[in-house]
Design a protein around this ligand. Sequence first.
Ligand SMILES: [Zn+2]
Length: 267
Amino acid sequence: MSAEHPSDRLVDRYARGDTGLPADELWAVEAHLDACAPCRARLAEAAADVPAVTSLLASVRAGLEPELDRVAPAPRRRRRLTAWATPVMGPWLAMVVGVTAVAVLLDRTAGWTWGASPVLLLAPALPLAGVAAAWSRALDPAFELTAVTPRAGLALLLRRTLTVLAVVLPVHLAAGLLTGVALAQWLLPSLALTATALALGGVIGIGRATAVLGTLWTAAVLAPAAALGRIFLLQPEHLPLWALTFAAAAGVVLVRRRVYATPEGLR
Ligand SMILES: [Zn+2]
């Protein structure tokens, strides 16, 4: 980690266990310490001056030393499930599957007059619901716990997003085959909207980003289809536009990846 080592004052406050430290600064220091050995050395130095820490260490060492000789080796670390999914994602993913099934049924019945298959109209926006569920603070009782883990950040965000896509994309693939909707026609907008949600989420929070994009999708695609039977943004000539959006959004996420290491970036 090169950029922005925490100031001596901040490291000192952290070493003293200063409870007045703002949550975002605490988060930033912990995330930085996790990755920066020189700063861990600075922390050790700072902590050596804190009587509370040295006496605690001395008593821990005194209590621990007799035990150390007969400690069994630690069990192999297992990757926790929460890195990939949260329990609240279950109902949401079931909802996505249900909505897709209804869309297929509507497509196969006569009388659908919205100008395009409901599968095409809904498939690109449905991953947004999964991403929102994966990051919903209100729905996830362990949110604070997960978000203050120093390793949370872009890697966690990407793993959970992959979980959403791993469930949603095969379902939509099947729906596309059943209804004759071309793969690229829904897949590219799907990926572009998901990537944009992550990029925008780094600015206004994942939850708000998915809500904004869902609203835009409704206004720009669903409403005109319902009212006029006309399809915007989903014609074959728009595909390069979606590919470009996907590439741009993915680029923004990568460039701004440090944003996702703060609790604000995940909300
Ligand atoms: Zn550092």
